[in-house]
Design a protein around this ligand. Structure first.
Ligand SMILES: [Zn+2]
Ligand SMILES: [Zn+2]
Ligand SMILES: [Zn+2]
Length: 267
């Protein structure tokens, strides 16, 4: 890397963060990251045109909240069109016997006899969609297992109090894109809260290669909540792990793929 490199223009913490992210996720060398940052120069932010599906929760007449992507209940499968308000909800419970005791879960021994029961009921959806993170775990429909509910954001916790503080000052819009925001974003180096972000911006903001001139870069350059000087409560728990070797990365990726495969298997 030369002294006039594009990476060198970024503040030291952002530079270290980008190098680390690209190395861990893609195995990039510092020179390759330099090329990414250089090539992105005057280009629009690569993060701009991507978005996570719009995930919400809908209360139905069975007393549960069902997870919906882009307005369509995820547990309805392909059987239901978006305009329909009711559908047949199915669930399968399975168990096996171990020493005469019923066992549930995914660790059934190969030689055990599997028992299962199918249930089905008709679900009539309400019309109101609410943020999925605000639904308490005991009110959530557990299906489908392949689509995870977001972390529960309600309750009285240190984070929820900070969220309340931020909403009172900045409103409920994501500080970067303006969509509904739920996540308290903080700088892992300083431990300071930066602002409220939507899920997409929260997971992607630190991949932005720009110093300024894009909404992500501008947010990082002057985080709106810095004026409030709020310290993120988990500060101090996190330790920087050394970079994994390529072999460790491959092993970790195989592990994740294996876990994803298991999660996709039917109940
Ligand atoms: Zn950017
Ligand atoms: Zn459901
Ligand atoms: Zn956003």
């Amino acid at each position: 890397m030369t002294a006039a490199s594009a990476l060198d223009k970024l503040p030291a913490a952002r530079r270290a963060n980008l190098l680390r992210r690209y190395a861990v996720k893609w195995g990039f060398s510092p020179d390759q990251v330099e090329q990414v940052v250089q090539a992105s120069g005057d280009q629009p932010c690569p993060l701009d045109d991507r978005a996570l599906p719009d995930v919400s929760a809908i209360l139905a007449d069975d007393g549960r909240y069902h997870l919906a992507t882009n307005g369509k209940p995820a547990c309805a499968g392909t059987k239901v069109r978006r305009s329909q308000r009711s559908y047949r909800h199915t669930m399968t419970c399975h168990w096996w016997l171990q020493d005469g005791v019923r066992r549930f879960g995914n660790s059934m021994p190969m030689d055990a006899e599997r028992f299962e029961i199918h249930t089905a009921w008709v679900v009539e959806l309400g019309t109101e969609r609410i943020p999925a993170g605000s639904v308490a775990p005991h009110l959530r429909c557990p299906l489908p297992v392949s689509l995870m509910w977001p972390r529960y954001l309600g309750g009285d916790t240190p984070i929820s109090r900070i969220r309340g503080q931020l909403i009172a000052v900045f409103g409920e819009a994501c500080a970067i894109c303006g969509r509904a925001a739920q996540y308290v974003d903080h700088d892992h180096d300083s431990g300071l809260v930066r602002g409220m972000l939507c899920e997409y911006c929260n997971v992607s903001v630190e991949w932005c290669p720009h110093l300024t001139g894009c909404a992500f870069g501008d947010y990082l350059a002057s985080p709106p909540a810095h004026s409030l000087a709020i310290r993120y409560p988990n500060r101090g728990r996190r330790r920087l792990a050394p970079l994994p070797s390529p072999a460790q990365r491959m092993a970790r990726r195989a592990e994740i793929e294996e876990a994803a495969k298991r999660a996709r298997q039917p109940l």
